[in-house]
Design a protein around this ligand. Structure first.
Ligand code: GDP
Length: 211
């Protein structure tokens, strides 16, 4: 009995999970704000914070410096992808390469308006990553936002010394989400409210449907 109560409680906590999404300047310029919001909204996630802003270069840099593991993760992913294409990135050190990527991201993210949002719901971090799709548009799956609306490649972006244009940033883990949300939103900008659809998505008791 105690075990059931504990697992129900975990399930409840999971419904409160929050993640940060940023529609990057390319998404705004391509008139995809509505489409992106629709994708997350229609799966049952709840929008609890939203703002449009032009990030300063300092905010853009801080955003990609919140997770100490980010450089190692992103650099390793990039170097492995380059090796599989038979390309030389000029270094085998993931941290050094990630620093280069971070400097292109600083100018990309601060180049124009972005839309920052907090989405909440069951497993929000992983659900948003799934709907968003893989980092490189060339290989992100059809049906995902990046797979359906972007066409860029690491090779092209690296040759031009710019960030891959992939429309969205979304938090990579629950811990990352907590830090990133604090960076972009004040606590009072995040709304706590009920939405009717949550009852059909989560509630055990469905006795309110029939007249
Ligand atoms: P994400 O979580 O899927 O956005 O991926 P990362 O956190 O690893 O990288 C952050 C962003 O940096 C990506 O969304 C891309 O815009 C850009 N980026 C990552 N890796 C590379 C790379 O190898 N080359 C270039 N040009 N851009 C990259």
């Amino acid at each position: 009995m105690q075990h059931v109560a504990k697992s129900l409680m975990q399930n409840y906590d999971d419904k409160q999970q929050q993640t940060l999404v940023i529609i990057k300047p390319d998404g705004v310029q391509r008139n995809l704000i509505g489409e992106v919001i629709k994708r997350y909204e229609q799966c049952g996630l709840k929008l609890v914070a939203l703002k449009m802003l032009i990030p300063t270069p300092e905010l853009a840099l801080a955003h990609y410096s919140t997770d100490p593991k980010w450089a190692l993760k992103t650099g390793t992913k990039a170097i492995e992808a380059a090796k599989s294409r038979g390309e030389d990135l000029g270094t085998d050190n993931p941290i050094i390469y990630a620093k280069k990527v971070r400097s292109t991201l600083k100018s990309f993210l601060s180049s124009g308006p972005v839309v920052a949002m907090v989405w909440q719901g069951m497993g929000a971090v992983a659900v948003v990553r799934k709907i968003t799709g893989g980092t490189e548009p060339l290989s992100s799956a059809p049906g995902t936002i990046r797979g359906d609306y972007t066409i860029d490649s690491y090779t092209a972006a690296n040759a031009d010394n710019r960030s891959v244009r992939n429309i969205i940033h979304s938090s990579g883990s629950i811990e990352e989400a907590k830090i990133e949300i604090k960076l972009w939103f004040k606590p009072e900008e995040i709304l706590g409210y009920r939405i009717i659809s949550e009852e059909i998505i989560y509630d055990v008791n469905l006795d309110g449907i029939l007249e």
